[in-house]
Design a protein around this ligand. Structure first.
Ligand code: NAP
Length: 491
């Protein structure tokens, strides 16, 4: 099924070079990374396999650009960023197609993701104007205490393949809004949505070197970012094991870190829930991006009194609403998984669950489309000893566990090293507050299955990471706080 298409002819926004200090730098074809469309297996293009020297060059460009960008007023930066966001919106359809071709998600989801990227940029363009300082009442008569906030400097950003546009967009937005400059490394499987963001930023007038984008060896690029003295911060979105490794390297060199890592989201449906709304929420939360989001419902818990009704309605919704196929087909809402490893992981978890007594009532196997397509799967009678109770699935597999009491649900929901997103459905106000406060998670969806917005913070507890993206809190991760003591006032 592998074939080659001519990239520049077929996909106009495809850029096969890296952006370093305002120049597009191509690599040697013999040392490049080929990028596949997961829906067809076709190679859609290549990007350079760069390493430490090119990363050092990009850091140097970002360091030089910082002197210009950080000295501009927040209003000047805002205007350039708004022009950038407008270019993204003007090209939303073409950017969405590019995203679907390299990542596989349905076109409607890609349109939404590109829209969110523009929204993050608009939000932080404006938020940059509100990086207020402070004057603190002084304990001394002749001195004043002034607190100012300053951008950190050069930021190293590493992002994953599952949201190739918005995961980078929200890092670039907060970094640039606060006055930082960036060297970014997108995932090797999905570099094109990132590279084109760099080109549109240039077109909008954002100075050369403010955004640099490098593709290549993750380990080499990360090592240079962690060891180069001109980098002040590492921001990473990806898996927990890589995040831990990266954070320890960055901290050894006293770089600040933000880590947006893996999840194992519980989705709890209490007897008091509106069952139809819970089914809609479960479909959206579990099957968006074919289950490949860090905030996807991973474990569904239904209370004994509504277990049968909820499971039957969820099965009907899966069977009737979910259509598998190439994301470019407008009727499709379930694209392929990113690669064969992802399919093998879902198969492993389903096999383990069935061996331990689970019953597959929908899907359960590779889809007839072949390649990395997988059937949306529902499994009943899930139990805590199954691997899926502990491990992030990252695929379209919904296991439903039964619980008796509210305390049981909270205990099972919190029984994980992760703490990113969780969801619950209840129409009992007292229960809503009890459960909301007991769940050890950074994001809580109450009667809602999809809750991300640029206006709210996004960050995990426990092994799901540190720091926040989005909202007024997102900018804090990119600033230094400076205390100036102004003395000798003779007062
Ligand atoms: P991953 O394997 O950790 O890769 C993420 C990024 O890290 C890619 O750019 C990858 O580069 C790079 N990388 C790989 N090895 C590295 C190393 N040794 N040092 C530095 N960077 C390295 O994760 P993934 O499979 O792409 O993404 C899925 C994971 O991301 C899931 O666990 C998901 O929950 C998490 N995620 C979290 C959030 C959040 O906001 N919390 C959002 C989305 C996804 P290459 O592509 O070149 O290997």
């Amino acid at each position: 099924m592998t074939s080659t298409v001519s990239p520049t002819k077929d996909i106009p926004l495809l850029r096969e070079a890296c952006l370093i200090g305002g120049k597009w730098v191509s690599g040697d074809e013999s040392n490049s990374i080929s990028v596949n469309n997961p829906a067809t297996g076709a190679i859609i293009g290549r990007v350079p396999r760069f390493g430490r020297p090119e990363t050092a060059e990009a850091i140097s460009a970002a360091h030089t650009a910082f002197k210009v960008w950080s000295k501009m007023t927040a209003v000047e930066r805002c205007n350039l960023m708004l022009a950038w966001a407008d270019l993204i919106s003007e090209n939303q359809k073409e950017l969405a197609q590019l995203l679907t071709i390299e990542m596989g998600k349905p076109l409607a989801e890609s349109m939404g993701e590109v829209g969110i990227t523009a929204n993050y940029i608009r939000f932080f363009a404006e938020e940059g104007k509100r990086v207020y300082g402070d004057v603190i009442p002084s304990p001394w008569k002749d001195r004043r205490i002034m607190v100012t906030k300053e951008p950190l400097g050069v930021v190293g950003a590493i992002t994953p393949w599952n949201f190739p546009s918005s995961m980078l967009g929200r890092k670039l937005a907060a970094a640039l809004g606060s006055g930082c400059t960036v060297v970014a490394k997108p995932a090797s499987q999905t570099p094109y949505s990132a590279l084109i963001l760099g080109e549109l930023a240039e077109k909008a007038g954002i100075p050369a070197g403010v955004i640099n984008i490098i593709t290549g060896s993750a380990a080499q690029i990360a090592d240079e970012m962690c060891e180069n003295e001109n980098v002040r911060k590492i921001t990473f979105t990806g898996s927990t094991p890589v995040g831990k490794q990266l954070a320890s390297k960055a901290l050894a060199n006293m770089k600040k870190v933000s880590m947006e890592l893996g999840g194992n989201a519980p989705f709890i449906v209490f007897d008091s829930a509106d069952i139809d709304k819970a089914v809609d929420g479960a479909i959206a939360s579990k099957f968006r991006n074919s289950g490949q989001t860090c905030v996807c419902a991973n474990r569904i818990y239904a209370q004994a009194g509504i277990y049968d009704e909820f499971s039957a309605k969820l099965k009907a919704a899966i069977d009737e609403q979910l259509r598998v196929g190439d994301g470019l087909d407008p009727d499709v809402n379930q694209g392929p998984l990113i690669d064969e490893h992802a399919v093998a992981k879902v198969e492993e978890l389903i096999t383990d669950a069935v061996e331990k007594g689970g019953t597959v009532v929908s899907g359960g196997k590779r889809d007839a489309h072949g390649g990395s397509f997988f059937e949306p799967t529902l499994l009943l009678n899930a139990t805590p000893d199954m691997k899926v109770a502990k491990e992030e699935t990252f695929g379209p597999f919904a296991p439903v566990f039964k619980f008796e009491s509210e305390d049981d649900a909270i205990r099972m929901a919190n029984d994980t090293e992760y703490g990113l997103a969780c969801y619950f459905y209840s129409q009992d106000l007292g229960q809503t507050f009890r459960v909301m406060e007991a769940l050890e998670y950074g994001l809580v969806g109450v009667n809602e299955g999809v809750i991300t917005t640029e206006y709210a913070p996004f960050g995990g507890y426990k092994d799901s990471g540190m720091g926040n993206e989005g909202s007024k809190y997102g900018i804090d991760d990119y600033i230094n706080i400076k205390y100036s003591c102004i003395g000798g006032l003779g007062i």
